[in-house]
Design a protein around this ligand. Sequence first.
Ligand code: ADP
Length: 251
Amino acid sequence: MNPVKVENLTVAYQKKPVLSDVNFIVPEGKLIGIIGPNGAGKSTLIKAVLGLIPKASGDVEIYGKSYKPKDKVVGYVPQRGSVDWDFPTNALDVVLMGRYGHIGWFRRPSKKDIDFAKESLRKVGMEDFADRQISQLSGGQQQRVFLARALAQDAKVYFMDEPFVGVDAATERAIIELLNDLKNQGKTVLVVHHDLQTVKDYFDHVILLNEKVIATGPTEETFTIENLHRTYGGKLAFLEKDQIMVETKRR
Ligand code: ADP
């Protein structure tokens, strides 16, 4: 059974379509890159799949069932920039929020939940920062705490929105190691990613997106120059052989 199946998904903001008739399935136990230019609808796709924004039409199935936000099978790492890091809470509490699907909102976390959260912090190298206010963490450390929160969710499918943005090389390596650990445990991880240089190293499977799915499949056969041209249009520039750049001006 496919962990994620999206059929005929259309999403519009103020009636302007941002995703049109998106269809894809992803294989289980793989790392999947969601690739496309700025404004292609990558974040919108994740939010629509998770039911955080309404769909104009279409169906989303997670392991064959329509997804309900309280389901524990899905973990989500939003863009770091979309979060209020001044909120007065410490790293351990952020990670414990990942356990609420297991705990229930009105119960106190058990020792097991706290141990699980601490173990998740340890896996991302942040065990010494459990009591630290999140506003006093570096960008890379905040990203690690977010990943720990996702680990604490103990989900089967993960969606991560640009986890490598604003992190140093060591954190990027730590994150990719973690993603591979999740994969080796049979979990499926979908990652919005914009560094084209690393796509082939990091991902087994890709979804090339620009309002529509331009191509999807195993990276080796799908992440081709031709498909990149179809996805990025004139924004693609070739520096040298095998070096691809995308214009970096943000919207
Ligand atoms: P990506 O993640 O690929 O950069 P997004 O999904 O963030 O793209 O955005 C896709 C398009 O939808 C963009 O044109 C963006 O400006 C627009 N958009 C995103 N969020 C909103 C919103 N809340 N209201 C209106 N338009 C939005």
